[in-house]
Design a protein around this ligand. Structure first.
Ligand code: FAD
Ligand code: UDP
Length: 370
């Protein structure tokens, strides 16, 4: 007897990967059930409305991409505003512009021309340039020299990752631009902004017309959930999916302390990083500035990094050699299954939003259009 299942796809996780996958599947006439253990859609992009302000519940999220197709894709669902991320660094009470640019060099050394700034950076970095950097510290020192490393990188990085900068992969620091112009834009990409009305507009648009069940932990009801669909797409932790059979992948966690303040402007900027070791949080967000808000009150969030134990949400994969090798064992194991694994946790990749969208679009194109 042939039994037909209710859905073509069960999608575990209503974050961006799951939402884009479901949206693309629906466009091709497929039916999907999306489940998430959280009580809301959007995964880590979720915004909670507090005092009429869209609060980025899981940390600052700024959309940026160089890919016009991805920019058009998200703008077709919701228009984006003109927000440009230009964080400030607070090091022991002194303020510096980020990323590292002519404003920062002026604040650090009083230099006014690119030639003067280059001379100082070259002087401070030359002794680190003679070998291939083996870790984040060596990479940073060879790129920007000692002053910037000690004031703006070391403390922040070691708090954020809970590891010495000498034990971290060098690619992490290459995320930050270094430029010799007066330009405080944190990203080099052509397109950048925040969805007008917050990220729920984006994920809500993606999931429109799709069955979603919230507060459902897949592992608590795996057999019944799997039996509802022909195929499963899994966007949670790949090591958890396989019951940690090769060991646990490490993730960095965060605690978010949200506060409502009875003032209209606390710090004058959406993001202020605290780059010294002694301050326990890495940054303070003031959410209204992501959308140029004029509300009477303001909401701020302090981000405290911590090691993600099994009870805490995993936020950042720690892509060092040991974890990457462990992930390869899971990836190899997964290649023998029919389940589709995608997203930051299932692919154990430090993906930004545009990259997750790109990965889900590539996967659905391959699956449906070939
Ligand atoms: P997630 O958003 O993690 O979604 C996975 C979902 O699966 C979650 O909702 C989870 O609850 C659910 N799930 C897991 N296990 C189960 C289970 N067993 N049962 C049911 N549901 C389950 N990117 C940018 O581009 N710009 C930024 O400025 C930026 N800032 C960031 C700041 C922070 C603090 C963090 C943590 C990330 C940031 N990112 C940023 C990255 C961005 O959040 C991710 O790229 C994107 O949200 C990942 O989408 P995803 O669907 O892969 O994962
Ligand atoms: N970083 C730093 N000082 C800062 C900001 C960032 O040293 O003021 C380093 C840190 O190691 C961090 C990495 O640069 O993990 C990448 O920063 P990004 O802002 O891209 O991190 P995310 O947005 O993913 O938290």
């Amino acid at each position: 007897m042939v039994t037909t299942k209710k859905y073509d796809f069960l999608i575990v996780g209503a974050g961006l990967y799951g939402a884009v996958f479901a949206h693309e599947a629906k466009k091709r006439g497929k039916t999907c059930l999306v489940v998430d253990k959280r009580e809301h859609i959007g995964g880590n992009t979720y915004c909670k409305k507090i005092e009429k302000i869209n609060v980025h519940a899981y940390g600052a999220h700024i959309f940026h991409t160089n890919d016009k197709k991805i920019w058009d894709y998200v703008n077709d669902l919701v228009p984006f505003n003109r927000f440009t991320n230009s964080p400030i660094a607070n090091y022991k009470g002194d303020l510096y512009n980020l990323p590292f640019n002519m404003h920062t060099f002026y604040q650090l050394w009083g230099v006014k021309t690119p030639a003067e700034a280059k001379t100082i950076i070259e002087e401070q970095s030359k002794k680190y340039k003679n070998k291939q950097p083996q870790n984040l510290e060596e990479q940073a020192l060879s790129l920007v020299g000692e002053d910037i490393y000690l004031k703006l990188i070391k403390g922040y990085t070691e708090k954020q990752w809970g590891r010495k900068a000498t034990e971290l992969p060098s690619f992490i620091i290459k995320r930050l631009p270094l430029r010799f112009t007066f330009d405080n834009n944190y990203f080099n990409d052509n397109y950048q902004g925040i969805p007008i009305g917050g990220y729920n507009e984006l994920t809500g648009g993606l999931l429109e017309g799709i069955d979603v069940q919230l507060g459902v932990n897949y592992f608590k009801d795996k057999v019944a959930l799997d039996s509802m669909a022909e195929n499963t797409v899994f966007t949670g932790k790949i090591d958890e999916y396989y019951n940690y059979e090769f060991g646990k992948l490490e993730y960095r966690g965060l605690r978010f302390d949200h506060e409502i303040l009875d003032m209209n402007n606390y710090q004058g900027n959406a993001v202020v990083n605290y780059t010294e070791t002694e301050v326990p949080y890495t940054r303070i967000l003031e959410h209204k500035h992501f959308e140029f808000g004029q509300q009477k009150k303001t909401v701020i969030t302090k981000e405290y990094p911590l090691e993600a134990s099994s009870k805490q949400e995993p936020y950042y994969p720690i892509n060092d050699t040991q974890n990457n090798n462990l992930y390869l064992q899971y990836k190899n194991r997964a290649s023998k299954d029919l389940v589709i694994f995608g997203g930051r946790l299932a692919e154990y990749k430090y993906y930004d939003m545009h990259q997750v969208i790109g990965a889900a679009l590539a996967k659905t194109k391959k699956l449906f259009d070939n």
